[in-house]
Design a protein around this ligand. Structure first.
Ligand code: IPD
Length: 273
C-alpha cells in the first residue's frame, strides 16, 4: 500500500461517488435525527448512513489509515494517512432540496485536526452531480475537465462567498462582520456548503471565499481542489487554512482580500479566548 497522491486521488473519487449516489438516492426520505452545536445544526439519518459507508470502505480498502469524520469518533491510523470526511456538507440545503450540498473526502498526512497537515488528495461530489477532485502536484478537475483559475478582478469587483456558524451568538458577530465586507465587494453569496464554495472558486463561479469557524472536514477536500486550480487558500497569516479562518482567492487579489478582512476585524472574530 502506498501513500502516492495518484492512488489516494483514485480512492477519494470512488468514495465520494459511492457516498454521493447513496445520499442522492435517499434525499426524499431524509429527516432530522439529531442536533449538534445548536437547535439548527442538524444531522439526518442519511448523514449517518453516508458516514457509515465511507468508514466501512476506508477500513476495507486501507485498514491502516486514520479517519476524522463529522459524525463519528476519530480513528487513529498507523499508515501516516488520515481520511477527513464530511458525509454531507450542506446538510440544511440537502434537507430542503437545494442543490448546494456534497460529500467531501480528503486524504491528509501529518497531525490530524491541525493546520500542520498536508492534503494529498481530495474529492467533492455535489448535489448537481459534479465530481470535483485534485491530487497534490497533479492538478484539479471538475469531472474530466482540468481547472485553472486565470487572473481575478480586484476586490471591489469580486463575487465573494462566505458562510455562518450555527450558534446564534457567533452568527450575530458574523452578520456584523459581513456588513463591513459587503460595501467593499461586487456582492456576497451564502450558498450553504463550504466544500462546494471552494470548488466554485476553483472554477471561477465565485471570485473568492472566506469563512470563520469551519471544521476541518468542511474545507480539507475543497482546499486542495482550489489550490491545485491556482487559488491561494490560507489562514489570516498566509499559512495553511485552519478552523479559525479560511481565505481563498486568486494570488493576485488574496492580499487585498486578507487586508480588508483584517481591517474589518477578522483576526479577533470568533478567536479562541
Ligand atoms: C456547514 C456548511 C456551511 C458552513 C457551515 C458548515 P455542514 O457544513 O459547510 O456552508 O457555513 O459553517 O458547518 O454542517 O452542513 O456539514
Amino acid at each position: 500500500m502506498t501513500n502516492d497522491p495518484a492512488e489516494l486521488l483514485r480512492m477519494a473519487r470512488e468514495l465520494a461517488l459511492e457516498a454521493g449516489r447513496l445520499i442522492a438516492d435517499r434525499q426524499r426520505e431524509a429527516h432530522i435525527t439529531a442536533t449538534k452545536s445548536s437547535g439548527v445544526d442538524i444531522v439526518t439519518q442519511v448523514d449517518l448512513a453516508s458516514e457509515r459507508l465511507l468508514r466501512e470502505r476506508i477500513a476495507g480498502l486501507r485498514p491502516g489509515d486514520g479517519i476524522l469524520g463529522e459524525e463519528g469518533q476519530d480513528v487513529p491510523g498507523s499508515s501516516g494517512i488520515t481520511w477527513v470526511i464530511d458525509p454531507i456538507d450542506g446538510t440544511v440545503n440537502y434537507l430542503y432540496g437545494l442543490p448546494s450540498y456534497a460529500v467531501s473526502v480528503a486524504a491528509v498526512t501529518g497531525p490530524a485536526r491541525s493546520h500542520e497537515w498536508t492534503t494529498l488528495a481530495g474529492a467533492v461530489f455535489d448535489g448537481s452531480g459534479r465530481l470535483w477532485s485534485a491530487g497534490r502536484g497533479l492538478g484539479a478537475w471538475r469531472d474530466g475537465e482540468a481547472l485553472h483559475k486565470d487572473g481575478a478582478p480586484p476586490l471591489a469587483e469580486s463575487l465573494v462567498g462566505t458562510g455562518f456558524q450555527y450558534v446564534a451568538r457567533s452568527r450575530a458577530a458574523q452578520g456584523q462582520f459581513v456588513a463591513k465586507m459587503l460595501p467593499q465587494v461586487r456582492d456576497i453569496r451564502r450558498l450553504g456548503a463550504a466544500a462546494v464554495d471552494l470548488c466554485l472558486v476553483a472554477a471561477g463561479h465565485l471570485d473568492a471565499y472566506y469563512e470563520h469557524g469551519l471544521h476541518a472536514w468542511d474545507f480539507a477536500a475543497g482546499s486542495i481542489i482550489a489550490s491545485e486550480a491556482g487559488v491561494k487558500v490560507a489562514g489570516i497569516d498566509g499559512g495553511a487554512p485552519d478552523e479559525h479562518l479560511v481565505i481563498a482567492a486568486h494570488p493576485a487579489v488574496w492580499n487585498e482580500l486578507r487586508d480588508a478582512l483584517e481591517t474589518a476585524g477578522a483576526r479577533e472574530l470568533l478567536a479562541a479566548p
